[in-house]
Design a protein. Structure first.
Length: 53
């Protein structure tokens, strides 16, 4: 968990230093899609998720 927090801090520092705030929605969307894939894998909801894509 500590490694994830370090990664999040590094990404936030990158956004601040490079002024790349427009990348934040992209990163958030990718993370949310990853969470959806992980939580729906092998569950009853999986067939409904496939219909979205």
């Amino acid at each position: 968990m500590e490694a994830f927090l370090d990664l999040a801090k590094d990404i936030w520092d990158f956004f601040k230093v490079r002024k790349k705030y427009w990348l934040a929605p992209l990163v958030i969307t990718i993370l949310l899609m990853g969470v959806v894939i992980v939580f729906t894998q092998g569950s009853v909801v999986a067939p409904f998720i496939y219909s979205i894509f």
